[in-house]
Write a protein of this length. Sequence first.
Length: 134
Amino acid sequence: TTGYVNGTITKILVGGAAIDEQIEAVFNFTRELIPFLNKSTGGYTKYEYGKAEWTVTGKAHLRYDATVGYEALLDALINKTKLTVTFTTSVSGDIQMEGEMLIDSLGESTGTEDGVEFDYSFKGSGAPTKSTIA
């Protein structure tokens, strides 16, 4: 994508198919820092990289007839299924992140005279793969 990326094109895919009716998609990669403070650091804390974690979260409108929606994610959570999740724009030349993930949260929110939404959260199992979209 040339220039600014419009969030509308960013999607979460599960097993290669987009979660239907997505409203929001978030990718987060964190790495803990290990502090070292001793007599040779001159009173300043030094840090080294420690363990890493990556998550993908999102929100979508609920449709029971969705191909990849609430029911598919609920089944994966109930059955403890590991999923291949991709965070992507699907635009040639852009980067994407992909890897094996587990669902750790799934919930619905409803309001009076409002569209029902559901939110979901995945945690990476192992390292993600960064690639350039062909």
